[in-house]
Design a protein around this ligand. Structure first.
Ligand SMILES: NC(=O)C1=CN([C@@H]2O[C@H](COP(=O)(O)OP(=O)(O)OC[C@H]3O[C@@H](n4cnc5c(N)ncnc54)[C@H](OP(=O)(O)O)[C@@H]3O)[C@@H](O)[C@H]2O)C=CC1
Ligand SMILES: O=C(O)C1=N[C@H](C(=O)O)C[C@H](O)C1
Length: 241
């Protein structure tokens, strides 16, 4: 018994990699490979659809998949806390949507460790770097990391000392400044830097190849048909939360 996988964004960097991954896995088959020119009807009959496109396409895809009764794995960046809060109540009881800002296990651990560090440091900034072709900034991972750190800072009413008002101080997400660099030669990198009294803590994750995403993609695809409701990130699946 194989799982029929539909890939939305199949002509892109990550989508074409996912198609290869699915073709190579004995328990998965490629049901359909969609691009911007495809009809969403092509996902009909799939056991799961994975979306790696653009936020403008991702939202309609999720809506369509939920109506068609197809579980979804979303890898597209742009699903911030506000969008996720709107999505959660729209998911039927018998379906699951996994929104995964980063499929790399190291990145998931980096963000998890950052939420622990946020219990002890009031000041933190995120520095992310990606390849020059990336269309969105800051990265979905950086936004999600900042949102999760901010939840911890707000819960304990932490007071950052640094002033983040000037535009050169990055985009402010809650109490966290986020700086984005786009450069040829880079795949993906994120540093979460905490500042304290006489010390800094630098939690750095470096992606050197898109193979970093394989384990997380396969895990999410295999779990999606049994998942129920909204699952954000791989933390729960990796038993981190
Ligand atoms: N969660 C994770 O671990 C990762 C997430 N990502 C995210 O995945 C997404 C895709 O990244 P990447 O593969 O590098 O991007 P690419 O630009 O290489 O590919 C984008 C894909 O999406 C399609 N697409 C773009 N706009 C639309 C639209 N409006 N409607 C329908 N389809 C559209 C393109 O189709 P066409 O060819 O027809 O234009 C193409 O197949 C990004 O959001 C990125 O941040 C990336 C890496 C890891
Ligand atoms: O576009 C990319 O490349 C990536 N996008 C995701 C993001 O926006 O966080 C995940 C990873 O950083 C690679």
């Amino acid at each position: 018994m194989t799982l029929a996988v539909s890939v939305y964004g199949a002509t892109g960097r990550l989508g074409s990699h996912i198609c290869e991954l699915v073709n190579d896995a004995e328990d998965l088959t490629l049901h359909s490979a969609l691009s911007s020119r495809s009809s969403l009807e092509e996902i009909a009959g799939a056991d799961v659809v994975i979306d790696v496109t653009h936020i403008d396409a991702s939202e309609p895809l999720v809506k369509y998949a939920l109506q068609a009764g197809v579980p979804v794995v979303v890898g597209t960046s742009g699903w911030n806390a506000e969008r996720l809060a709107q999505l959660a109540p729209r998911i039927p009881d018998d379906l699951g949507v996994l929104v995964v800002p980063n499929f790399s296990i190291g990145s998931v651990l980096g963000t998890h460790l950052s939420t622990i560090a946020a219990r002890f440091f009031d000041d933190v900034e995120i520095l992310e770097a990606h390849h020059a072709s990336k269309v969105d900034a800051p990265s979905g991972t950086a936004v999600r990391t900042a949102e999760r750190i901010n939840e911890v800072l707000v819960a304990r009413d932490a007071s950052p000392q640094a002033n983040a008002d000037a535009t050169s101080r990055g985009e402010t997400i809650g109490r966290v400044s986020v700086h984005a660099m786009r450069l040829p030669g880079v795949v993906a990198e994120q540093r979460v830097i905490f500042g304290g009294t006489g010390e800094t803590l630098d939690i750095r994750h470096l992606t050197t190849s898109s193979t970093a995403y394989d384990r997380g993609i396969l895990l999410a695809l295999r779990i999606a048909p049994e998942a129920r409701g909204l699952i954000t990130g791989l933390d729960e699946l990796l038993e981190l939360s």
